[in-house]
Design a protein around this ligand. Structure first.
Ligand SMILES: [Zn+2]
Length: 272
């Protein structure tokens, strides 16, 4: 069963990446897949919700040694990555937005003891730079998610450039390292988005996701995670900076722990 699942996962990953591959500038434009799973807006102005009895944070085995995958496209368009081609049972945890800063976040990341990628809106990230910097020693890497979380699809190139490259520049100032990945708000983008990402400099991929924690449940492609809707190697999972930060991290780690042999890898070790 495990072999079948793994094989199917790798085959699917190959398919998805092939669909998204832009090729050279003269090749046909990339096919844009629909967004997978909803992206929730931030819950602004709230305080951490009482978590109830979550129990100890699920502990996971260390990730296998990464085999880097070059997503950098030579043509006019950045490549889109939905699932990472990997050679082991590894998934990735990403945390989006940042308009709300959970006071418990550093402690939760320390207890979780896993690498995370933070796709931040640069406006609140600049305003609360110390908060986000405090997460870096806990395994978090800061990546870009626009300046103001506007839906990019259909916007003129200069506006998309302001949102995308502007956020990369500002987040470089926050993180002390230039982001290497970009994620479009709501998972929605167009060819202009891919062109602008490619032109910003140093961004390896337009990075989507397949699993998302919504209301305390992990959904994978619109259905709840479970024995009939499992994790596959290379999946990118998403949660948000909300008052439910601790609960949502438990939900993600519990799903990984329930998947025999799976661990959490650092996305930036795999995508270049
Ligand atoms: Zn977002």
């Amino acid at each position: 069963m495990r072999t079948l699942r793994t094989g199917a996962g790798l085959a699917l990953a190959g398919l998805l990446l092939t669909l998204a591959a832009p090729g050279a500038a003269t090749a046909a434009p990339p096919i844009i897949p629909p967004p997978f799973g909803a992206e929730l807006p931030d819950s602004y102005g709230q305080t951490p919700r009482v978590s109830g009895n979550l129990g100890p944070m699920p502990q996971l085995p260390p990730a296998p040694r990464p085999v880097p995958f070059s997503a950098a496209a030579g043509g006019e368009y950045a490549q889109t990555v939905l699932r990472v081609p990997v050679n082991g049972n590894v998934v990735f945890i990403t945390i989006d937005d940042g308009g709300y800063q959970p006071p418990e976040a550093a402690r939760v990341l320390e207890e979780a003891h896993i690498p995370t990628s933070l796709f931040l809106i640069s406006s609140p990230a600049v305003q609360h730079a110390d908060f986000f910097r405090s997460l870096q020693p806990e395994g978090a890497t800061i990546e870009a998610h626009t300046q103001s979380h506007r839906k990019l699809k259909g916007l003129p190139e200069d506006v998309q450039r302001f949102e995308i490259c502007g956020s990369v520049d500002k987040l470089q100032g926050v993180a002390g390292r230039r982001p290497t990945l970009f994620r479009p708000p709501y998972g929605e983008y167009d060819l202009t988005t891919l062109k602008v990402i490619q032109s910003c400099g140093g961004i390896a991929a337009n990075t989507l996701w397949e699993g998302s924690v919504i209301g305390g449940t992990l959904y994978i492609a619109q259905h709840a995670f479970g024995p009939h809707n499992p994790l596959y190697p290379g999946m990118i999972l998403l949660m948000h900076f909300t008052p439910d930060f601790e609960r949502d991290m438990h939900v993600l780690l519990a799903a990984v722990a329930a998947s025999p042999g799976f661990s959490v890898g650092r996305l930036e070790d795999y995508i270049h």
